[in-house]
Design a binder for this molecule. Structure first.
Ligand code: DGY
Length: 323
């Protein structure tokens, strides 16, 4: 019988995922679920003589850390669609194969974008705060009214898997879909969405904007004073992508002034140590990065991560290789 490949898993994963991993690999897991320091990651990989490493978005796999990994480490799989916590170039230079779990995350993240969009449109967070603080007065016909998503243009920044899944849902609410990304999609993928060649053109045409771009040097800080000024008064911003795409000072100012009607944010720069000024804004719905946080999705992400590893150790290209 050939020995099982040796795998280090940096964080605790759903029980069904850990059980499947244990059936295929010799696993060193992290039942305490602490976020490991770089030294701890290296120590575990060395102690376990690992062939493979399964990481999460809380593991900052920068060039220095990747440079210290022992030569026997052949593949890193991240339990995420985002890869901004991995220095891809450094891993490639070391000849380490990289894989991720993009498929499983799509529907739950799109659902969460719609939850934030509807919450922002209907000021749900603001109304809930009034109810919880005992301020619910008699029903009235005029105060703190929201806005209908129906009939509005939803501008999607990024029209990959998740952007398209949001488009599908938003159409069900009677929204018109527009998008911007570097390359225009083929008509079948576009599915009636209007392409804008620049972010400025998209923002000028949209009432609600939702971010679905990966974190890259080009998208970092793309929501800033200048780009926010392209949005019409009363616009709404949704972010389920990554926090570093937003300049917090500029977004907070626009929300404070009421130039932006509302924002729905699931991701933050520096999370979990996000900018606490957001807490003072009644027009911001804030969630702690729960885009993929459903039983079904988290299980599937794990099974996909394991499928990548299984492919690799069976001599195939992982089915979700990072390009
Ligand atoms: C991802 O997969 O990148 C999400 O942000 C968290 O699951």
């Amino acid at each position: 019988m050939t020995a099982k490949p040796r795998l280090v898993i940096t964080r605790r994963l759903p029980p069904s995922v850990e059980a499947r991993a244990a059936s295929l690999f010799e696993v060193l897991s992290n039942p305490e679920d602490s976020v490991l320091t770089p030294d701890q990651i290296i120590e575990r990989v060395e102690r376990h003589r690992a062939d493979a490493l399964l990481v999460c978005l809380t593991d900052r796999m920068d060039a220095a850390l990747i440079g210290r990994l022992p030569a026997g480490l052949r593949i890193i799989v991240t339990y995420s669609v985002g890869t901004n916590h991995l220095d891809l170039a450094a891993a490639r230079q070391r000849g380490i194969t990289l894989a991720y779990t993009p498929d499983a995350t799509t529907e739950a993240t799109a659902d969460l974008a719609m939850l934030l969009l509807l919450s922002a449109c209907r000021r749900a967070h603001e109304h809930q705060a009034i109810l919880r603080s005992g301020g619910w007065g008699a029903w009235n016909a005029w105060d703190k009214l929201g806005t209908d998503p129906g009939g509005k243009v939803l501008g999607l920044v990024g029209m990959g898997r998740i952007g398209r899944a949001v488009a599908k849902r938003a159409k069900g609410f009677g929204m018109t879909i527009a998008y911007h990304q570097r390359n225009r999609l083929s008509p079948d993928l576009e599915d009636g969405a209007v392409f804008h060649p620049t972010l400025e053109a998209l923002f000028r045409a949209s009432r609600i904007v939702s971010l679905h771009t990966p974190s890259t040097p080009e998208t970092m800080g793309q929501i800033n004073r200048r780009s926010l000024s392209w949005l019409p008064d009363g616009a709404i911003l949704i972010n389920t992508a990554r926090g570093d795409q937003v300049v917090d000072d500029d977004l907070i100012e626009a929300l404070r002034q009421g130039r932006l009607a509302a924002a729905g944010l699931d991701v933050f720069t520096g999370e979990p140590d996000f900018d606490r000024r957001y807490l003072e804004l009644p027009n911001a719905t804030l969630l702690p990065h729960i885009g993929t946080s459903t039983v079904e999705t988290r299980d599937q992400m794990g099974f996909d991560a394991i499928a990548n590893l299984d492919d690799f150790f069976s001599g195939r290209q992982p089915r979700w290789s990072v390009a």
